[in-house]
Design a binder for this molecule. Structure first.
Ligand code: CA
Length: 420
């Protein structure tokens, strides 16, 4: 039996990104999405190169194992191609891509998958995710550290554990072969769809909209309604019933989606940096902050532990930082008080202590229980020896600019007292 399909594919740059780093392919037996990442121009090149290199295996396969082998080998070749391209063009360092592919072999749907793009199967009024994301948060979910709901908003949700183009020569590709039948609907998408759209809405569209082209348009349209912070790519493959005497339609024309549909990518590959600079979009990219949020890290338990430790350290550092801010404020407050107090101690005034004229250091004003002056010197001048007016002046205290000034005031008073 040969599978007959009705197919639709849509790729959109989304509302925030300046370039579409997603690619996709819809062919005869092969369908996939690839979500590129890395650098200013690397992401679109990675997904486009991969797409154009993978498309060559779109043939008839009689055995699922044969198709599976072809898929894995093609993905490994794409991986080498990316590594080699980076070797030739250092400016593309760090580029990589996800691939989620569906290759029909007889009545089997063979899946090849790496990264966080996804494949869903719609069957018997249910939508089921077939692939597992190779993301850091999925690992946290798998190991019971967070819930799937928490994963949706986790700040590290775009950290990938596996992609093509990474340093590894033969990255692990997830494969499965699933019996497919007429009525099945396969949906392949980049994380720009699943990240933007509520699951209920996505499932609703997949279940209700019978025309694959309309369903794909609706999904991408809704993702854009929801803000589409990332590129969005959707491929829908409906498996049709085939009458026994009917020849499978081969009028299908393979088509490339997203950046893979863009010829300039191949030119960039030959001309490297110069051609990238000639691309006006890339020139503006050079002057704006990098919006790339995806990154790839090696997949291992050690890394998982390391990243959790980093997070813990970050939390602790945040506490330390907050504490430092509080201490700094206290410091500033104490500093200004102490500066204020130092100022008061440059001042003197003349008053009375134990019936004698005395010199005080500081200011006579007080703030609640705080006094800003203390007795500096008690003179031999008896207050009662002073004329009445001077007695009341001294009782009210007489401000002095400084110590010599205070001494001068005391000398004047002493003179008055001796004449009294
Ligand atoms: Ca993406």
């Amino acid at each position: 039996m040969t599978i007959q399909t009705r197919v639709a594919g849509v790729s959109d740059v989304g509302r925030i990104r300046k370039s579409n780093q997603d690619s996709g392919y819809t062919g005869y037996n092969l369908f996939f999405v690839a979500d590129g990442m890395g650098g200013h121009a690397g992401g679109d090149i990675a997904s486009a190169l991969t797409t154009q290199s993978l498309a060559h295996i779109d043939e008839n396969y009689h055995e699922a194992s044969q198709a599976s082998k072809a898929l894995v080998n093609a993905m490994w070749s794409a991986n080498s191609l990316l590594t080699q391209t980076v070797k030739d063009h250092a400016e593309l360092a760090g580029m990589g891509t996800t691939v989620s592919a569906l290759l029909f072999a007889d009545t089997k749907a063979v899946i090849g998958h790496i990264g966080d793009s996804r494949i869903y199967l719609v069957r018997d009024s249910a939508v089921k995710q077939i692939t597992t994301d190779h993301t850091f948060v999925q690992r946290l979910v798998d190991t019971g550290r967070i819930t799937p709901a928490e994963a949706l908003t986790h700040p590290r949700r775009s950290v990938l554990m596996r992609v093509l183009g990474d340093v590894e020569e033969f990255p692990e590709i997830d494969t499965q072969a699933i019996e497919t039948k007429p009525g099945d609907r396969w949906m392949l998408c980049s994380d720009g769809l699943t990240g933007a759209l509520p699951e209920d809405l996505m499932n609703g569209i997949l279940l209700r909209e019978t025309d694959p082209a309309e369903a794909a348009d609706l999904l991408v349209g809704e993702a854009i309604e929801y803000g589409a912070p990332d590129n969005v790519t959707v491929v829908i493959v409906d498996v049709l019933p085939v009458a026994a005497d009917e020849q499978p339609a081969s009028i299908v024309k393979p088509s490339f989606l997203g950046s893979a549909a863009n010829e300039v990518v191949i030119e960039v590959r030959k001309g490297a940096r110069m051609l990238q600079l000639l691309n006006p979009r890339t020139i503006t990219d050079l002057f704006t902050p990098d919006q790339e949020t995806s990154s790839v890290v090696p997949e291992s338990e050690e890394y998982l532990e390391k990243i959790l430790k980093q997070t813990k350290t970050r939390i602790r550092n945040r506490w330390i930082r907050q504490l430092l801010v509080v201490l700094l404020w206290i410091g500033i407050a104490v500093g200004s008080l102490s500066a204020g107090y130092s100022y008061t101690q440059t001042r003197f005034y003349v008053g009375v202590f134990d019936g004698h004229v005395a010199i005080y250091q500081g200011i006579k004003e007080s703030l609640g229980p705080f006094k800003f002056s203390h007795l500096y010197d008690v003179t031999g001048v008896d207050v009662t020896a002073l004329p009445e007016y001077q007695q009341s002046l001294v009782a009210d205290t007489v401000s002095a600019e400084n110590l010599p000034d205070a001494r001068r005031i005391v000398e004047t008073l002493a003179l008055l007292a001796s004449h009294g």
